[in-house]
Ligand binder design. Structure first.
Ligand code: URA
Length: 240
């Protein structure tokens, strides 16, 4: 990779600013001063320093966000603030995007990465990765709903969902539930409840597979996945 691209990717400025950095003699490759922006480096082998500080090259970024209910799950939007808009500049340089979608008013666990392969694997229905939601429902959720969800329910467009695992946490005029589904159809949780004549009034994703939302994260906060969490996601989505 060209040295100017690498340094720009790592957040050392625009290509123009990086060029100036190089011209100013601030960059060394394997100890040797380098002024050309065009020279190529091998990110596996070459040691690059800027003003004496080693540049740690990384290609991918993996973030977990506690999405608030006023951001949209997209990289950019003409009207609304997106989950990417609120990232720090040093994370922006990786060109990350959200893995799958949560509705604007849905809160909770959202993964953000620039790893297209992991994104594809996590969102593929073939992988059967469970996504667990906590929801508050207007209406009394019954054991009959639990059985219907276990069989799959028919949505407004005639599509029959795969089985969903519904756990009733409390049942009354308003109910609290947890639902695990392995698909990601548009507004799926809301539409599954509509199929049994009930309305979701609050929705939060709390888990993907066995990866829990870090409850330490306030709404709108995010952190990098730990190595263990990342290994787990790689393992459950591994190609057979
Ligand atoms: N199901 C929904 O209805 N909305 C979401 O944001 C996620 C799942």
């Amino acid at each position: 990779m060209r040295i100017d691209k690498l340094l720009a990717n790592m957040g050392y400025g625009t290509r123009k600013e990086v060029k100036a950095l190089l011209k100013g003699g601030n960059v060394r490759i394997n100890g040797q001063p380098e002024k050309s922006a065009k020279v190529h480096v091998d990110t596996e082998k070459d040691q690059v320093t800027v003003m004496g500080e080693e540049v740690e090259y990384r290609e991918y970024i993996y973030l977990m966000m506690n999405k608030p209910g006023d951001l949209i799950s997209a990289t950019e939007d003409a009207h609304d603030t997106t989950v990417i808009d609120i990232l720090q500049p040093e994370d922006h340089v990786f060109d990350p995007f959200p893995v799958g979608r949560l509705d604007k008013d849905t809160e909770g666990l959202l993964l953000i990465t620039n790893d297209g392969v992991l994104n594809h694997r996590l969102t593929s229905p073939k992988k059967n990765v469970g996504k667990t939601y906590y929801a508050e429902i207007d209406g009394r959720v019954t054991e009959e709903d639990v059985s219907q969800f276990a069989e799959g329910v028919t949505l407004d467009d005639g599509y029959k969902t795969k089985p969903g695992h519904l756990v009733v946490l409390s049942s009354g005029e308003q109910s609290e539930i947890e639902l695990t589904i392995t698909e990601g159809k548009f507004h799926q949780v809301k539409r599954m409840f509509e199929a049994v004549d009930k309305k979701v009034v609050y929705l939060k994703r709390i888990r993907i597979g066995e990866l829990d939302l870090d409850e330490e994260l306030e709404l709108g906060e995010y952190r990098e996945l730990t190595d263990e969490e990342l290994q787990y996601l790689m393992k459950i989505t591994k190609l057979d």
